[in-house]
Design a protein around this ligand. Sequence first.
Ligand code: CDP
Length: 215
Amino acid sequence: QTPVIAIDGPTASGKGTVATLVAAQLGFHLLDSGALYRLAALASLRYEIAPDAADDLAALVGDLHITFREGCAQLDGVDVSNEIRAEEIGNRASAIAVHQAVRAALVARQRAFRKEPGLVADGRDMGTVIFPDAPLKVFLTASVEARAARRYKQLIQKGFSANMDDLLRDLRERDARDSNRAVAPLKPAADAKLLDTSALTIDQAVDQVVQWYQA
Ligand code: CDP
């Protein structure tokens, strides 16, 4: 079986950065599953499908025309990599991700990323639902404050405006929604290794994951 490193965790825990660097170091493919939910959220805005219209959303997701190339995400042939990083899109992604039909429509697309020599997959349910046989599962955490500070920096860097109080509130709201939903709630797989990155540099977190993988 092609190896998979599953990296799950709450919003702004550093998953994306750590997953990207681990994949680069090992020469593995990368799946940013959150980007799929964000692309679905953007598409639902464009096609004016309400976040509670589960069946219409699932149909939309099944037909999504998306490609990932060299770190760029395209929707209908147009690069939307920056657009999908907006906080508003993240919140809408979380709202549509509660529907079982939407999640089911994304399973095959996600599993198709598993190719030689290996895959690093980041998200909420990589270790619990999408790749339950992954040889390494990591659950990244960090304090709400550390995560809000990281997200703030990231949004400003991408040219978005950001407000710390709003971010803290959004983060708590999204944590609650992602953890309490009925389908694929955010939680560590039984065999996941926990990594609290509050006091770690990115390099330290990356080294730990690579070390676990090679052990
Ligand atoms: O970067 P951030 O952690 O804020 O979000 P993301 O990983 O891009 O995911 C956006 C939203 O999609 C999350 O809040 C989840 O509700 C949802 N999601 C999910 O349900 N399952 C995944 N495997 C990935 C994301």
